[in-house]
Every structure is written in structure tokens, then in C-alpha cells.
Ligand binder design. Structure first.
Ligand SMILES: *Cc1c(COP(=O)(O)O)cnc(C)c1O
Length: 439
């Protein structure tokens, strides 16, 4: 069992909504920091442990600054994400640049920022050298991304590694490091090497993650045996899951770290190697500490009973995209009987715009019902575990404007860290002159 929390009571939320109308994302600074410290404490058994928060999950530089103050770096995979890292004051090798199908200008920015560049393909060794090399050739430190293929079982969101587009095969990894070594001997760079993989997403199984580490450790030993290269670190990627469903169990960081340490002691220590352990988690870092806060605006009773929200799939698309479960609570009705069965839906002209399907919930009072009765403002509907891969995946289909983001500070105050979009934002990329000129 995992407990679902929400840090504000109904009255506080009602006051907050006067200042910042729903829908909005709310992130809990205290919850994030406490979680980060638990992660750090568990992984402190590895000297030089480094966590790079995957920016794509929650690309807000204020959040990244909170994480950076705790020693977390950033994992970026695009030009804009690199700029966000820079904005948050994250520099040099605290940035891991793990992109794929990477254009030259992205490598150039990554090099300018001194990021650790993690190559997704054998051919990118030459591509990086040609398009973003310096007079000393490649960067001092180069990382390669490994795809273990059929060695590793698949996972629901990412799929089977042998069907995944990412990374180099085992043979290519060995050949890649040999090539890097040859280039290093010619130009002096690179002279530091690292290995990366990312094979799962939202995976709650500790043995799965320990097995990933084991596969990388064995490869690190093989690389040393075949090329003489002693890797500086391995990056185990992200993919640690969160208990979206209340009956699921959160990953115990200490048990996970101990499992990885056991594999390290069995594989790396006897080989006489010293490997740094890096990770690039996101979901498990901020996911449970963010909520999409919405208001129930309409109720509709046809073949099923529907609750219509003021948010839609454009604000949070995971349920529609993967049928993902997101827990829902109604502030002020936490202890009410779950007497109703609703589909909780958004306003998109797409029938998969549903946050919950046939969900047992307390009886919900909508804004429309309250307006008709002349009292109250309708129930809030809080969608849990939206602090990662939530707002970030939003889009503008149907002319929908994405909502803003609020940060609940440790002292209880609230800071707006992203305003809601306006119609002007939506129109900003239109060339108005072409509209005027077009006949
Ligand atoms: C998405 C991603 C992550 C973060 O994944 P989580 O499942 O949120 O931990 C880390 N690394 C890479 C390369 C990614 O694509």
C-alpha cells in the first residue's frame, strides 16, 4: 500500500483558487526535497554518486534549481532542455546530454556548456567530431548508450530493448570504445569514458533495476578486457516507477541501492575497477509531489455518469496515452463513502479524453450545480502523481491552452512558477502579416 497525499485542505485551496483559478499544477517543495534527501542517503554508499534529473519530466527551471541546490544535475535531450539547465545554473558535467537523432547544433550547445555527451549510435562518434569537434577533437569525456537487446526483458512503456531505437549493440559498444581510444591516442581527447543505458520506464521491480546494473557492470568488465579502457562511471538511466495505484508499493531506495552494491561487489570489485554510479531519474523524484488541481464543472448522466472538469487531456495526457491510472481525490470528501461510479473527463473532442474510467468516487458537486443552487463553487478534483511527465507532455490540440504551475514553498507560501497560456501565446507563432497579405 502507498499513501496518497495532498498538502492543502479544501479551505486553503478555495483561497488559493481565488488568486490562481483552476486548473493548475501544484508542486510541493518540501515533499520533493525530503524525497531527494532519501535518495541521496540511500545512494551515498557509492562514492561520487551523481543523479541527473531528466528535464523532460518537469521542465521548469525553478524546480531544477531546487534539485540543483540538493546536488542533482540535469539530464537533457534537446537544445531547449540544455538552455533550461543553463537557466537553472546547472553547468558542465552536471549536465548529461542524452539525445537521439541529434542535430549538430544540439551537440554544439552541449559542448559549449561542457555537458557530458552520451552518444546514441556508433556513427555519432564521427558526427560529433565533424560537427562539434574542437581543435583537440572530441570532448575529454565521452559516454556511449548501450542497448542490451534480447539480453534484457521488456517493460510496458518502453517496450523490448531489441525493438527500441536507442543505443548501440554490444559489438558496437566494444568497437565504439576502441574507436574513441584510437582517436584519443591521436588527438589527446577523449581520455575519459562512460557507459549508459536506459531500458525501462515506470518500473517498480527492484530486481529489474538491479539486473540492469548487473548487465552494465558485466559490460564494463568486458570493455576493460577487450580495450583496456577503465570506465569512469556507468549511468543506469531513469525508469524507477512510482505507485500510481494505492495498492502498489513504492520502491525502497535502500533496498535498491543495496542490490546494486551487491552486484558491484560481485562484478566490479574482483575485476579491480572503480566505477562511479550515476542515475537520471525523474518520475520517482517529482512525480508523487505534483498534482493537477481542477474543478468539477459539469455532471452528465447518460449511459454512464460523467464528471466534466475544467482541465483536459491537453494538460495531462498519460491516462489517454497509455491508459495510465492516476488516483483522484476530492478535497473535503477524503472520508466520504465512494458511493458513485463516474467517468471523469475533459473537454477535448476526443472520446479518450478521460482522466478516470468507471472510478468509484464520493458524490461530486459541480460548479454548474452550485451555481444553480446559488451556493458554493463546486468540488475540486485533485489528480495525483502528476509531478512528472504531466504538464510537460501537454499540447494545444483543439485550441486548448495549457494551465500554469504553482510551487508550494516550504514556508507554506505559494509561488507561481509558470503562468497559464493565453490565446495570444497560442497565436504567437502565426505570421499575422501573411494573413493580412493573403488574398
Ligand atoms: C525519460 C528519460 C529518463 C527519465 O525517466 P523516468 O522514467 O522519469 O525516471 C532518463 N533518461 C532518459 C534517457 C530518458 O529518456
Amino acid at each position: 500500500m502507498s499513501e496518497k497525499y495532498f498538502p492543502l485542505d479544501r479551505d486553503t485551496l478555495e483561497k488559493l483558487a481565488e488568486r490562481y483559478p483552476t486548473p493548475f499544477y501544484l508542486y510541493d517543495e518540501k515533499g520533493i526535497i525530503e524525497n531527494v534527501r532519501r535518495i541521496k542517503a540511500a545512494f551515498s554508499i557509492f562514492p561520487g554518486y551523481k543523479q541527473h534529473f531528466a528535464v523532460k519530466a518537469l521542465p521548469n527551471p525553478v524546480i531544477m534549481k531546487i534539485l540543483a541546490a540538493e546536488g542533482f544535475g540535469a539530464d537533457c535531450s534537446s537544445y531547449t532542455e540544455l538552455l533550461l539547465a543553463e537557466m537553472a545554473g546547472i553547468q558542465g558535467e552536471d549536465i548529461m546530454f542524452t539525445a537521439n537523432e541529434t542535430p549538430a547544433h544540439e551537440y554544439q550547445l552541449a559542448r559549449k556548456l561542457g555537458a557530458v555527451i552520451n552518444l546514441d549510435d556508433f556513427s555519432h562518434i564521427e558526427f560529433l567530431e565533424k560537427t562539434a569537434g574542437s581543435d583537440r577533437g572530441l570532448p575529454e569525456l565521452v559516454s556511449l548508450r548501450y542497448n542490451p537487446g534480447p539480453l534484457k526483458e521488456g517493460n510496458a512503456i518502453i517496450g523490448k530493448p531489441e525493438e527500441a531505437k536507442y543505443g548501440l549493440t554490444r559489438e558496437q559498444i566494444i568497437a565504439g570504445f576502441a574507436l574513441l581510444q584510437k582517436k584519443g591516442a591521436e588527438t589527446s581527447f577523449p581520455k575519459r569514458f562512460a557507459l549508459h543505458t536506459m531500458v525501462a520506464s515506470n518500473e517498480l521491480s527492484i530486481p529489474y533495476h538491479v539486473e540492469t546494473a548487473r548487465v552494465l557492470f558485466e559490460l564494463a568488465v568486458e570493455i576493460q578486457a577487450k580495450t583496456g579502457i577503465r570506465l569512469e562511471f556507468v549511468n543506469l538511466g531513469g525508469g524507477v516507477g512510482i505507485p500510481y495505484r494505492p495498492d502498489q508499493e513504492a520502491v525502497d531506495y535502500q533496498v535498491l541501492a543495496a542490490g546494486i552494491q551487491k552486484a558491484y561487489n560481485e562484478i566490479i570489485v574482483p575485476a579491480g575497477l572503480h566505477l562511479g554510479i550515476h542515475t537520471e531519474w525523474a518520475r520517482v523524484v517529482t512525480g508523487p509531489h505534483g498534482w493537477l488541481v481542477t474543478r468539477a464543472i459539469h455532471k452528465k448522466e447518460i449511459y454512464r455518469n460523467y464528471i466534466g472538469l475544467d482541465a483536459c487531456m491537453a494538460d495531462l495526457m498519460r491516462p489517454a496515452l497509455y491508459g495510465a491510472y492516476h488516483h483522484i481525490t476530492i478535497p473535503g470528501k477524503e472520508h466520504s463513502p465512494l458511493s458513485e461510479t463516474y467517468d471523469v473527463v475533459g473537454s477535448l473532442c476526443e472520446n479518450n479524453d478521460k482522466f478516470a474510467i468507471q472510478r468509484q468516487l464520493p458524490k461530486i458537486d459541480t460548479a454548474a450545480e452550485c451555481a444553480a443552487a446559488g451556493s458554493g463553487s463546486g468540488d475540486f478534483v485533485v489528480i495525483h502523481d502528476a509531478g512528472a511527465h504531466g504538464r510537460a507532455m501537454g499540447f494545444n490540440y483543439n485550441g486548448k491552452l495549457r494551465c500554469g504551475e504553482l510551487l508550494l514553498r516550504q514556508d507554506g507560501s505559494v509561488m507561481q512558477i509558470r503562468r497559464p497560456e493565453t490565446a495570444d501565446d497560442y497565436f504567437a507563432t502565426l505570421n499575422m502579416a501573411s494573413l493580412k497579405d493573403f488574398k
